[in-house]
Design a protein around this ligand. Structure first.
Ligand code: LIP
Length: 264
């Protein structure tokens, strides 16, 4: 299939950074037995991936700004374009040798996410979408699941880690409310893949609080281009910057928002 020049730039950068992550992921398994564990090794892998992405995207689009998980914000001369980059989403999964992690690159144009790439080097799954051009997994067109009843739904969520104990009470309330209404729940540990799986119809819905723009930017355009709906977890229009997200097809998005609202 013919991809746009922009999509070729984004997927090429993801593949180049993914080569390093794939190699490092193979090493992580061997480091589990070391007392210190692979923490420092994974942190170095994360930073190497981000450096590769930064260099490739800066070369291809020199004026664009950057918001990156490790390197922070880099202002660009072109104030209308900003990359939102997570060089290794699902870091904890990667550290424990779970092949559920991804490179996530979202492009924001004047406040709207117009293109996204989510690449899992362990499975070679390339999810991508451009506004108005549809959403794809490799060369397969994506559509969100068609189920309408929450009782039939497989819903993904984000369980706050120990370091986010402040939001544990709210999560427990929302989890209990969803558990009482949804068919079943899952927790992947990588927000970008959660959103990619909603776009692919694998999950019927997903919500999480505490996410950052780099976790969700690419997934927002993927879900919307696959016919789904995305908002912040309170139903507002701050999915990118509001530190929470809720996604699904029209029915599931509405039903899940109602459950979260009533749980609040
Ligand atoms: C992760 C998210 C995940 C969330 C984790 C973490 P990271 O991003 O993708 O959904 O629950 O706490 O924020 O840190 O692996 O890039």
């Amino acid at each position: 299939m013919i991809r746009s020049a922009l999509m070729n730039v984004m997927t090429a950068a993801a593949i180049k950074a993914g080569r390093g992550l794939k190699r490092d992921f193979g090493e992580v398994e061997n480091l589990q037995v070391s007392v210190k564990g692979p923490g420092d090794f994974v942190s170095a892998a994360d930073k190497k991936s981000e450096q590769t992405l930064f260099e490739e995207l800066l070369k291809a689009r020199p004026g664009y700004g950057f918001v990156m998980e490790e390197g922070g914000t880099v202002e660009g001369a072109d104030k209308s374009h900003t990359w939102h980059i997570d060089p290794l989403d699902g870091t904890t999964n990667f550290l424990h040798g779970l092949p559920l992690f991804a490179i996530s690159i979202g492009l924001e144009r004047e406040g709207v996410i117009v293109a996204g790439v989510i690449y899992n080097p362990a499975t070679d799954d390339m999810f991508f979408a451009e506004r108005g051009q549809g959403a794809y997994l490799n060369n397969h067109r994506l559509r969100v699941a068609a189920r309408r009843d929450l009782g039939d739904a497989l819903v993904s969520c984000g369980i706050p880690p120990l370091g986010s104990a402040a939001i544990h009470p709210r999560f427990k309330t929302e989890f209990a409310a969803t558990l009482a209404r949804a068919g079943n729940l899952r927790r992947l540990g990588a927000a970008a893949l959660d959103l990619a799986y909603v776009a692919a119809g694998r999950f019927d819905a997903y919500w999480e609080r505490g996410v950052k723009s780099w976790d969700v930017a690419a997934g927002i355009v993927l879900v919307r281009e696959a016919g789904g709906f995305v908002s912040d977890a309170d139903g507002g229009d701050k999915a990118l910057t509001g530190r929470s997200i809720c996604a699904g097809n029209e029915h599931m998005h509405r039903h899940l928002l109602a459950v979260l609202r009533d749980a609040g």
